[in-house]
Structures are given as C-alpha cells and as structure tokens.
Design a protein around this ligand. Sequence first.
Ligand SMILES: C[S@@+](CC[C@H](N)C(=O)[O-])C[C@H]1O[C@@H](n2cnc3c(N)ncnc32)[C@H](O)[C@@H]1O
Length: 229
Amino acid sequence: MLKATYRRLKKSIWTTALRAYVSTKNSYQPLGEDKAASGGRPTEAFQSRWRHVKSEIESCGAQNLVDIGCAQGWFVRNACIQCNLFSIGLDIERSSLRLGSAYAELQGEKGYGFVAGAFTPTTIERLPTFDIVVCFSLVHHIIKEEGRMGGLEYLKACRKITKKRFLFDIGGPEELSHWWVSKLDFLKGDLEANLHDYLAEAGFTDIRKIGESLAHEDKIMRPLFACSP
Ligand SMILES: C[S@@+](CC[C@H](N)C(=O)[O-])C[C@H]1O[C@@H](n2cnc3c(N)ncnc32)[C@H](O)[C@@H]1O
C-alpha cells in the first residue's frame, strides 16, 4: 500500500517535471499539435514539408525512415504516429533530442527514437539502409564547414543508405542573414537547377522538386526534392 502510493507520487512528480520541461523549452520544430515552432521558421514550414514527406512515404510503400539532423523529431514522430513507420532521428544536439524524447514520453508514444551524434559521411555509411532518408536543412551547415566538396561527400553517404527515397532541402544563397551565405555561392543563379545538378553529381536519380517551404527570417522559399538512390 505504502509502496504503491510512493510509486504513484514518484510518477506524478516525474510527469510534472517533464511537463514543465517541455512547456518552458524553446523548440526549433513544433511538438505535435501542442507547441509551435520557435526557432525562426514558421510552423507552416514544418507542416507543409510533412505533407510532402507523407505523400512520398505512401507512394513508395515505405516501412522505415531515418532523419539526419532531426532536431526535436517532428518528421520522425509523424512518420511513426501517422504512417506506422519504424523511424529514427539522428542529431548532434542532445538537448534537441531530449525535448523530442520528453514529449514522446508525455504522450505515452513508442515505436520511434533518437540517437545523438555528430554524423559525418563515415558514420552515416555505417548505418543500415532505410526506405526513406530525410536530410532537411542540414547540408548547408556541412558546406559552411567543409565547402562544396564536403557537402557532396555528405550527400553521397546519404545515397548509400537510401533504399527508396532521399528527401532533401537546404539553405540557399539568397538567405543573406547568415554570415556564411557566401559559401553557397556555387548554388547562385537558377537554384533549383543547381541543386538538381548537385544531387545528380552525388549519384541520385529521378530527382524531382516536390514542393517548397519558408526559410527563416528571410521569408525566402527553400525548394524540396525527392530522389532515388
Ligand atoms: C537547421 S536545423 C534543421 C532541423 C530539421 N532537419 C528541419 O529541417 O526541421 C539543422 C539540424 O541539424 C543538426 N546537425 C548539424 N550538424 C549535424 C551533424 N553533423 N550530425 C547530426 N546533426 C547535425 C543540428 O543540431 C540541427 O538540429
């Protein structure tokens, strides 16, 4: 009797702490329907991209998904909860994953999860293959550090672990508020055509622009691509 009361009390303290944690933390991505995105990109940028991801999942009959640079796991969670995929999210920021995990626990959700790590071409190539590989708004961070060729190596590694579809977007050369925007000069001009060629150079085929979504404060649209390995 005393033990059961203690267990209930512990659970209630833990849930209260989780709730306080989730409600006070800023989140780059929305958390389910409960919390709007607060990292500069509007919630619609996530919702619209999810609609495209879902449509690709359905059209290729995907069973599993990995999201590289998943932040709080918006796409990972949606793929599992809405489409019943086994889905996993990878990110360098443990605090982002902690928030996604805390939200999953509060919702009582299982079937998706997260791994923290600085994912490089070498570590990506060690992963198993996934029907869907998502890599959104990450490769410009790689290019920022490693240049055009570093970004290309990253895309090649992503291709190696893609079974059916690779879904991709990237910050563009017109997003002038980023100090490092000049690193993206090689994409200047016809952005869609240049991204198409970049993906083709990494070995992807059947490259299609499937949509676009708002970037950060610049109010610029980022094209969204789907391609085959
Ligand atoms: C701009 S956010 C985009 C988040 C998400 N993909 C989206 O589009 O909503 C970039 C994310 O990539 C993560 N990231 C950056 N470098 C990474 C790396 N080498 N390995 C894994 N994650 C990385 C960051 O922590 C951040 O969550």
